[in-house]
Design a protein around this ligand. Sequence first.
Ligand code: CUA
Length: 318
Amino acid sequence: MSSELFTLLPERASTFAWQVDALYLLLVGLSVFFTVGIMAVIVYFSVKYRRRSADERPAPIHGNLPLELAWSIIPFFMVIGIFALGADLFFRLYRTPADGIDIYVVGKQWMWKIQHPEGKREINTLHVPVGQVIRLTVTAEDVIHSFFIPAFRTKKDAVPGRYNTFWFEPSKVGEYHLFCAEYCGTQHAGMIGRVYVMEPEDYQRWLSGTAAGGEVTGQSMAQSGAQQFEQLGCQTCHKTEPGGRGPVLVGAFGHPVELASGETVVADEAYVRESILTPTAKIVKGFQPLMPTFQGQISEETLAQLVEYIKSLSEAKK
Ligand code: CUA
């Protein structure tokens, strides 16, 4: 935590934090410049051009083309410049890199439940290694929450029924605030936590359970997912070789899928999740809509495990 008595901005602890601050300070600077400048001119003109006698009549004005062009064109380029800077940063913030550590976050009234791919789970804390891309997939069980880490200058809504993915790269070891930034009921204000940015070797030690905090499950998310896959009977249709009633899942993840509707979609986390909960939404070409829905039968945590399992089926093939 900052030891300074008064700070305007929270600590900067991610790679893009300073970019967010730079843009913000530029906007503040421009606002201050124009507020002060316009006020100064108003005061100056009201003194300089004050009415000096009761029968003084100002000369009529019929416009001034160069002046009017200047006050249209200069602000035009200024706001386009602000738009360009903002859009550039937005794309950097919300275009998730292809590689990184995938961590699943589920928001519910009123806690954050987090699963690491290696199987470690935690509540209201998030442990991450420094200097690596962290990809978070967030969803919610009940209402909309919002996962907010001010020190990383990033925030993403956790929406029921949807996977939202975002990323950050912590740049500084330390302990940071985690908030819910969307009013979600009585104890919204209590839906807070801590983010611990650790040295990679400390993170590995934490993952293997020798350090305090978090629940050790003894198996990776993919392994838990494989168990669920079997228990739910998925393998009766999704066989490892073609010929089953459902599509082969080995090697499917991350690749384009041709649908019966003629469309093509990429089999990403959201697609897998939707296909489990609403199998009829996107039928794969050449298959019948036979699969029953698992809506209401499996929790978001289990869903994430199944997603990781299906993902692992493609990684093994690489
Ligand atoms: Cu969850 Cu506010």
